[in-house]
Design a protein around this ligand. Structure first.
Ligand SMILES: [Zn+2]
Length: 121
């Protein structure tokens, strides 16, 4: 369960102890330009998947100017309610995700919908 993630790569996620959606924003410490800003939510979703060993993922990130809110969580056992689409959510994200410079800077493995961890659709 993701309660908080503070990584040495600049990502900070604040989440309630219930693991439900949080109104608290998370942000990146980066100062890159507009193109890089668009990459941050995608890279963070990918990071969250890798950080939890393929058990959870933060998606649907909204925001601008490197301040992001309104995340949704997917988990392998759909523990976060109706909007948690579990493995289908992981699959759908990685069906469209193209690893970007942020993913590579974080050392994330190249991943697509066909290389998910313990996928059970
Ligand atoms: Zn990626």
């Amino acid at each position: 369960m993701i309660h908080s993630v503070v990584a040495n790569n600049g990502f900070v996620l604040r989440n309630g102890s219930s693991g439900r959606r949080s109104s608290a924003p998370f942000s990146s410490g980066g100062t890159a330009g507009e193109a890089a800003r668009l990459d941050v939510p995608q890279a963070f979703s990918h990071f969250s998947y890798e950080h939890t060993g393929g058990d959870e993922m933060v998606v649907d990130i909204q925001g601008s100017a490197l301040r992001y809110t309104d995340p949704q969580l997917h988990s392998s056992d759909c523990r976060y309610g109706r909007a948690d689409r579990g493995d289908k959510g992981f699959f759908d994200f990685f069906s469209t995700h193209k690893c970007n410079a942020r993913c590579r800077a974080l050392g994330l493995p190249e991943r697509d919908a066909h290389s998910l961890i313990d996928l059970d659709l």
